[in-house]
Design a protein around this ligand. Structure first.
Ligand SMILES: Cc1cc2nc3c(=O)[nH]c(=O)nc-3n(C[C@H](O)[C@H](O)[C@H](O)COP(=O)(O)O)c2cc1C
Length: 209
């Protein structure tokens, strides 16, 4: 249980590519949404690094995501409740998706599955992640998507159409990169590394003051 806050925010400046000052995220409310892909394990490092840098990290997970990494892991790393259901209101008597969406300074969906890209691109809001993201005003709060999938899934015309649509709708993207995939092939679709995602979040927070 010593992982999340083992380093004070002021001494956490090393270790992120690009020399971004980790203090940029200190005190920021970062919403981390996790979908059902193998790369969900990498998001544990994202949450841990952000928490170490002083961010208030809130995690939401699709049902599929909970099959890959237990919500308890993210609860321990963030030191906060993890949202896995649309219907179970944990902290608020108000609709929790509205409360979570409006208090976030920045949101990240990592990994963002092929299916989640499709749901977001078509304006669906029928699971806890897309429901919260649908309630975020992106003119004020940026939403960063980190796609992660097998190379064939990534190359599908439907995926590429959805990416195009989401870019046009104002979503931001990181990755995916090329490399080793869980299906034991090498190709495009591999989720960006945790440190790259953390670096981008820091940069986005720094840019917003
Ligand atoms: C072992 C396994 C690994 C999977 N990995 C991925 C993945 O990396 N990317 C992806 O888009 N879908 C992957 N899927 C499929 C998704 O889990 C599935 O489409 C699911 O419905 C996504 O739900 P979500 O978007 O609500 O999290 C995987 C499925 C299984 C069984």
């Amino acid at each position: 249980m010593s992982e999340p806050n083992s380093k004070p925010a002021s001494s956490a400046a090393a270790g992120v590519p690009g020399g971004v000052d980790l203090r940029a995220v200190n005190g920021k409310k970062v919403l981390v949404c996790i979908c059902g892909g193998i790369a969900a394990y990498k998001t544990a490092t994202v949450v841990s690094r952000l928490a170490q840098a002083g961010a208030e990290v809130t995690v939401a997970m699709t049902e599929a995501a909970t099959k890959f990494v237990a919500p308890l892991t993210f609860q321990a790393l963030s030191g906060r409740a993890v949202y896995t259901s649309t219907w179970e209101h944990i902290e608020s008597q108000d609709p929790q998706h509205i409360a979570l969406a409006s208090r976030a300074d920045i949101a990240v969906v990592a990994p963002c599955t092929m299916d989640c890209l499709a749901r977001l691109a078509t304006g669906r809001a029928d699971d806890v992640v897309t429901l919260i993201v649908s309630a975020i005003d992106r003119s004020k709060t940026p939403v960063l998507l980190a796609p992660s999938m097998n190379a064939v899934m990534w190359d599908q015309p439907a995926t590429q159409r959805n990416i195009e649509t989401l870019r046009g709708d104002g979503f931001e993207f990181i990755g995916p990169g090329d490399g080793w995939q869980a299906c034991r092939t090498v190709g495009a679709g591999r989720m960006s590394e945790a440190e790259e995602i953390v670096g981008r979040v820091m940069g986005m927070c720094a840019g917003r003051g």
